[in-house]
Design a protein around this ligand. Structure first.
Ligand SMILES: CC(C)(COP(=O)(O)OP(=O)(O)OC[C@H]1O[C@@H](n2cnc3c(N)ncnc32)[C@H](O)[C@@H]1OP(=O)(O)O)[C@@H](O)C(=O)NCCC(=O)NCCS
Length: 148
């Protein structure tokens, strides 16, 4: 059953401007070490890589219905890619707690995330699916499991 969905568009030029103005301070405040490593590995599309991830964080904050309050911080929401390239989220801190609080008893949450970009825009869609634990496959890279 779907328990949340969210979307966001992010302007790549705005992210580039923040990188130019605030540099590492911006990267470290907003992005996880995994996201920073991914962006660093793509020097020619660094801002686009960050913009997709920025959009994913905003989309998640909408999917859980809080926006960036109630202890949900950008750095607690990190995009990770499976070996296939497919993205999902790794959650920590307040973001993780918010998702746990939304999880119906006996279920886990599967975070479905899709990203794309076409300059100057980056886009993310998120669907949060609650699936009975008995049906939930567990793969550290592909899925987020949040049992209660
Ligand atoms: C998946 C694919 C269609 C994306 O097309 P694209 O036009 O280059 O990419 P877009 O800009 O629209 O989207 C890129 C995003 O798609 C997502 N993506 C990549 N591979 C994916 C996959 N297998 N499944 C779902 N999403 C995928 C990623 O989030 C990526 O952004 P990120 O790398 O910054 O996280 C394309 O990369 C493809 O056909 N790949 C073939 C499979 C492949 O090369 N696999 C290599 C590892 S086995």
């Amino acid at each position: 059953m779907i328990i949340g969905f969210g979307s966001d568009l992010c302007n790549i030029e705005r992210i580039q401007a923040s990188l130019d103005r605030f540099g590492a301070r911006f990267e470290q405040r907003v992005f996880t070490p995994v996201e920073q490593a991914k962006a660093a590995s793509r020097p020619f599309t660094r801002a686009a890589t960050y913009a997709k991830r920025f959009a994913a964080k905003e989309a998640f904050s909408k999917a859980v219905g809080t926006g960036f309050k109630a202890g949900v911080f950008m750095r607690d929401i990190g995009v990770v890619n499976a070996p296939s390239g497919a993205p999902t989220l790794a959650l920590t801190g307040g973001a993780r707690a918010r998702l746990d609080a939304m999880t119906p008893p006996g279920h886990s949450i599967i975070v479905h995330l899709t990203l794309t970009d076409d300059f100057p825009w980056a886009q993310a869609f998120i669907i949060l699916e609650a699936r009975p634990l008995s049906e939930s496959p567990y793969d550290e890279h592909d899925r987020i499991r949040a049992p209660r």
